[in-house]
Design a protein around this ligand. Structure first.
Ligand code: ARG
Length: 597
């Protein structure tokens, strides 16, 4: 867990508070014991005996058995805990099972009321609060001239969702930062390769590739390329002009990707920090962190043999120099208290060393220096590296397209859209749709599918990119989820009822067991969100959303008639609550829901 969220509306949290009271009364000699409360999971036959359970008795028993001999075994301790549970409207019954699990069945009335309250005050009333004020998420961050590859697509998708999740908690400030690599060797390579007038990104990439192989094979070329980077970094106007041109061409290409994905980033490229590098290094020098190593200026950090290079021996600055300056800037000028970097896991050590250098600077010789990082990594301001795995093709190897070495992201997204469009056009449903409707729907599904396929797996694992899989309308895909959403919309529409009116005057009553299962799952949104957000793991939220769609479709919708039934009002409210929670999930995942499909 990276951060602790305060969430009064979480069921788990509320029950934990009740158990805290009970534990205090039951085992007074252990005042600090943390209540272990979990939602119950169904056994393999799909049976669940309760909604939540408290698991403290088993581990607590050996600690207190001498002091409190009245408890003969974990089970009798569990019974003590159950007996001391303060009365609460949320609890219907409490009983002990097995070797001492204290089980809780929630009151249906309380669940129904909680959902109704959410429907009137909006899902934001369920949002947790963050312990930090100013957050920066550094993501996407492609490099000019070099291709913007599928790794950057992952960074863009995961980074945007993380930003959306944190935004839901309403921090004072949240920055989506595009740390574009516009300042490195690739500029020198291109510049030395020849004249770069009016080429589009395809050419620029081709051009980069040919020049890069010269750079790798020809030492003269290499020296020249490096010198041009130093000249650029020192501000030579001729070099600046060429650089501007290259940046513009690249930027136009990134923007096409961002527009399709609906992602808005604020750009502060590496070059922005150039003026901050010398003063940052000077400060580090003053603190005694910088050493000389064969003409290069380096910093050693704890637990790593090789030092980080703050300035190269030719006087040039590198990726690291810029990150030293940019982190200094973020902490001191932007006053960021949570700095998040979203890149592939391969950069883990880079960030580990960066953060360690800042911690070393923040606590030099035992005195605390502000403007760097505190010695304790859990104290604010904090820095977090959010790593993700490689993108692989169907063959399990690094992802490449059939025709060329690299995949243009724009082409990839266009293909997702056009495949969806073809499928839509084959279906009878879409016969009466306008061209625009078809286009918008194809975009929502196509881009949504690309995003969801990426977000639904644990980000630190490798990920297999497959159109066939992600566009399958069964299985755990955005397509399936969007269908479920559209189905609920059509149920409500078919009823012809005014939902706003029902929210005001109708009442939600839970009776059928599938209504109860759905309602409880809806109420658990908050605790799943808390888990997903505090660990920066969007896949937890995807799992939740998929389960929600499954419960709705396979349980509730299959067994509980809505329109025309005596329970119509209540069930419509349950449909509306499902829509509200689903839409919030879609929003957090950056997926645009569609009302009809
Ligand atoms: N441009 C880098 C890359 O393509 C990612 C930059 C991440 N942010 C940072 N502050 N280093 O891998």
């Amino acid at each position: 867990m990276f951060i602790e969220l305060d969430c009064p509306s979480s069921v788990k949290k509320q029950l934990a508070e009740l158990f805290r009271e009970s534990l205090k009364a039951t085992v007074p000699s252990e005042p600090d014991v943390v209540p272990l409360v979990e939602a119950c999971v169904a056994n393999k036959n799909g049976v669940k005996h309760a909604d939540y359970q408290c698991n403290n008795a088993m581990s607590l028993f050996p600690i207190i058995k001498e002091k409190q001999p009245e408890f003969r075994n974990p089970r009798s301790l569990g019974e003590g805990i159950a007996k001391n549970l303060p009365p609460s409207e949320m609890v219907e019954s409490c009983f002990v099972a097995g070797s001492g699990y204290v089980n809780i069945v929630l009151s249906k009335k309380w669940i129904a009321q909680s959902l109704q309250k959410m429907l009137t005050s909006g899902i934001h009333s369920w949002a947790p609060r963050l312990p930090v004020k100013r957050i920066l998420v550094d993501f996407s961050s492609p490099n000019i001239a070099k291709e913007m590859h599928v790794g950057h697509l992952r960074s863009t998708i995961i980074g945007d969702t993380i930003a959306r999740m944190l935004e839901f908690c309403q921090p004072e400030c949240l920055i989506r930062r595009n740390h574009i690599g516009d300042w490195g060797t690739q500029f020198g390579i291109i510049r030395t390769g020849g004249n770069i007038n009016e080429c589009d990104i395809g050419d620029l990439q081709e051009f980069y590739k040919t020049s890069k192989s010269k750079y790798d094979s020809d030492p003269d070329f290499k020296t020249k390329a490096r010198q041009s980077v130093v000249k650029l970094q020192r501000g030579d106007p001729k070099y600046r002009e060429a650089w501007h041109k290259i940046c513009e061409v690249s930027r136009a290409e990134y923007n096409k990707v961002y527009r399709r994905l609906g992602v808005h980033l604020e750009e502060k490229p590496e070059s922005f920090y150039n003026p901050y590098i010398p003063p940052t290094l000077k400060k580090l020098e003053k603190l005694g962190l910088i050493e000389d190593s064969d003409g290069a200026r380096v910093i050693f950090v704890e637990g790593v043999d090789r030092p980080l290079i703050a300035r190269k021996s030719d006087g040039g600055y590198n990726y690291f120099s810029t990150d030293l300056a940019s982190l200094w800037y973020r902490l001191n000028i932007e006053k960021i208290d949570w700095n998040i970097y979203v890149t592939d896991v391969g950069q883990w050590q880079h960030f580990d060393m960066l953060f360690k250098a800042f911690r070393r600077a923040g606590c030099r010789d035992g005195s605390i220096n502000v403007g760097w990082l505190p010695k304790d990594a859990n104290e604010y301001p904090i820095c977090t590296h959010v790593g993700f795995g490689l993108v692989c093709g169907d063959d399990g190897k690094r992802f490449r397209s059939r025709s060329s070495e690299t995949v243009r992201l724009v082409d990839l997204l266009d293909e997702a859209k056009s495949r969806c469009k073809d499928t839509l056009l084959e279906r009878d449903n879409a016969k009466g749709w306008t061209e625009e409707e078809i286009d918008k729907t194809a975009e929502a599904i196509g881009y949504g599918a690309v995003k969801y396929a990426d977000l639904k797996i644990n980000r630190s694992t490798n990920y297999t990119f497959s159109f066939d899989q992600m566009l399958n309308d069964k299985g755990n895909t955005a397509v399936y989820l969007l269908y479920a959403h559209a189905r609920i919309c059509s149920i409500i529409e078919k009823s012809g009822k005014d939902i706003e009116e029902l929210k005001k005057n109708g009442s939600l009553v839970l009776d059928h067991k599938d209504e109860c299962t759905l309602a409880l799952h809806l109420l658990q949104f908050t605790e799943v969100f808390v888990e997903s957000c505090s660990n920066l793991l969007p896949n937890k939220l995807c799992e939740y959303l998929y389960d929600l769609a499954e419960i709705f479709t396979k349980k509730f919708y299959s067994n509980c008639q809505v329109v025309g039934s005596p329970e119509e009002t209540s069930r419509l409210l349950l449909c509306e609550a499902t829509l509200t929670v689903m839409r919030q999930c879609f929003y957090l995942l950056g997926i645009e829901p569609v009302d009809k499909l």
